[in-house]
Write a protein that binds this ligand. Structure first.
Ligand code: G6P
Ligand code: ZN
Length: 560
């Protein structure tokens, strides 16, 4: 006899639960509305291919504010929907890449990730819920569309009323009909990284006399993982890590590893002349590599990892099957692919687009300009993987007398030339104004004679001849699904380009992203300042889109 009963709760549908680039992201007060979270979780459960009955789901996140309440709701809804088992991280501290690994390692049905990634947390900041599939990767559009459709028409959800489950205690318990296993989410992931990289070489490298290391967890989820890697495994001192205690509001910070928000890292690296600095975001999938005086732009990072892949045991043994980048990411990676004769792909923004290629055995290493780098070891980008990959590369480079981050960058530029890249973000712009910017560009593209015309920058008397324009459309080579409207681009005859698109990850208003890129094979320019070099292109892009006029924004919110 069972001592529980499934309760059917009548609800009213919300119309704003469309998952974005990476799940549903809203302010906490939005998620706290009556039935709001329950509706979305029910819609996820109802949209699991094959249904929720008998499934095993992995649950965790970056530990941000409201995670505990949502996890308890998930437990009750899962019980009400016949889910067999939930695998939950102790204290819900589970990085996105570690969840991806756990889903794959256990052959689970999927996972529910409670994170808004690099967005701030707290009672009035962001929360997020995302569903990942059995391959460990974000749900494809067919599933997120089903979730959205369900959320718009939902009339009831099912739960079992249960006492709170203690998520601080390891081990398996019963929650009504449901098995709940609370796991140590750090150890298996770190053990997995040890099978990928040459930890002996890395250990020797980080203990060399001229090398110093600093990892900044930005008070996000990676702290415990970083301690296990840098202190327990590599034997570094406590001073090699900072901000490594996960905090529900990221200590009031913005846990995004870029030059603007990761100033805690940049300051200490510069002050103490740290040779290798790195940071990761709230949920652990992004990374920034930064040594004293040497910043690695993410577009270069993926190209360099691809170029040095041979020194990483995982690739040495398994080979590099293919390379890929998102469309706005610079073309530095393409040059490595060409030189090595490896197939390469350009996909829309969003990690989910890499998954099919990986599952089909055609992609090993990929990256995005948005500080995401990773490989087919899992189906998410992986911050700590990228950090350890760089340490593995630096260890191999040291043996060739190539010194530190700067040495590796220069070596790369001398082989392939340098691709200057920058992104300007205009955050929380009014949606109407953002749409006007897009329309402005679309109509410019349509004008007779635009291709072949010259756009000039008054600040430097430079002009650029338009070679091609378009709105990026992607046809997935594996399932042939088509994704349209993925970003407007203008390519110039000299190979430079700019891209404009609206972010799919914001929680309020619209964010306009402007990406600019310029290639140089003139060694005299390799040390040039990125912003200086890109100024004329940025001017041209702003003029053509009338961005300042339409949005009233003279300066971007963030430059990366
Ligand atoms: C998340 C996604 C990435 C994406 C980034 C920016 O981190 O996982 O794949 O590149 O957001 O997306 P957005 O739509 O805001 O430009
Ligand atoms: Zn993230």
């Amino acid at each position: 006899m069972s001592d529980y009963s499934v309760k059917t709760v009548p609800t009213k549908a919300y119309q704003d639960q469309r998952p974005g680039t990476s799940g549903l992201r809203k302010r906490v007060p939005v998620f706290k509305q009556e039935h709001y979270t329950e509706n979305f979780v029910q819609s996820i459960l109802s949209s699991i291919p094959g249904g929720p009955e008998g499934t095993t789901l992995v649950v965790g996140g970056d530990g941000r504010y409201y995670s505990e309440e949502v996890t308890q709701k998930i437990i009750q809804l899962a019980a009400g929907n016949g889910v067999k088992k939930l695998v939950i991280a102790r204290d819900i501290i589970f990085s996105t890449p570690a969840i991806s690994h756990e889903i794959r390692a256990r052959k689970a049905t999927g996972g529910i990730l409670l994170t808004a990634s690099h967005n701030p947390g707290g009672p009035n900041a962001d929360f997020g819920i995302k569903y990942n599939m059995d391959n460990g990767g974000p749900a494809p559009e067919s599933v997120t569309d089903a979730i959205y459709e369900s959320s718009k028409t939902i009339t009831e959800y099912k739960l079992v009323e249960l006492p709170q489950v203690d998520l601080s205690k390891l081990g398996e318990t019963k929650a009504g009909p449901l098995a709940v296993e609370v796991i140590d989410a750090v150890t298996p992931y770190v053990a997995f990284l040890k099978t990928i990289f040459d930890f002996d070489a890395i250990k020797a490298y980080v203990h060399s006399s001229d090398v110093s290391v600093l990892f900044d967890g930005l008070s996000g989820v990676t702290g415990p993982y970083a301690r296990a890697i840098f202190i327990d495994e590599l034997g570094l001192d406590q001073s090699a890590v900072q901000n490594c205690d996960p905090s529900p509001d990221f200590n009031g910070g913005h846990p995004d590893p870029n030059l603007t928000y990761a100033h805690s890292l940049v300051e200490v690296v510069e002050k103490n002349k740290i040779t290798f600095g790195a940071a990761s975001d709230g949920d652990g999938d992004r990374n920034m590599i930064y040594g004293a005086g040497a910043f690695v732009t993410p577009s270069d990072s993926v190209a360099i990892i691809a170029d040095w892949a041979e020194c990483i045991p995982y690739f040495k043994e398994g080979g590099v099957k293919g390379l890929a980048r998102s469309m706005p990411t610079s073309t530095a990676l393409d040059r490595v692919a060409k030189a090595k004769g490896i197939e390469h792909f350009e996909v829309p923004t969003g990690w989910k687009f890499f998954g099919n290629l990986m599952d089909a055995g055609r992609l090993s290493i990929c990256g995005e300009e948005s500080f995401g780098t990773g490989s087919d070891h899992i189906r998410e980008k992986d911050g700590l993987w990228a950090v350890v990959a760089w340490l593995n590369i630096l260890a191999a480079a040291q043996k060739k007398d190539i010194k530190g981050i700067k040495g590796v960058l220069h070596d790369h530029y001398s082989k392939y030339g340098r691709t200057f890249f920058s992104r300007y973000d205009y955050e929380e712009v009014e949606s109407d104004a953002a749409n006007k910017v897009i329309q402005e560009l679309e109509s410019a593209f349509k004008a007779d004679g635009f291709v072949g015309s010259s756009l000039s920058a008054t600040s430097s008397s430079t002009s650029f001849e338009v070679a091609e324009t378009g709105n990026f459309t992607y046809t997935d080579p594996i399932d042939h699904s088509v994704s349209k409207n993925q970003g407007l681009y203008v390519t110039f005859v000299d190979g430079s380009r700019f891209v404009v698109r609206l972010s799919g990850t914001g929680s309020q208003g619209a964010t306009i992203r402007l990406y600019v890129e310029k290639y140089s094979s003139d060694s005299g320019e390799y040390d040039a300042d990125t912003q200086e070099g890109l100024k004329p292109l940025i001017e041209v892009a702003l003029k053509l889109s009338k961005l300042v006029e339409h949005t009233g924004r003279k300066e971007p919110t963030v430059i990366t």
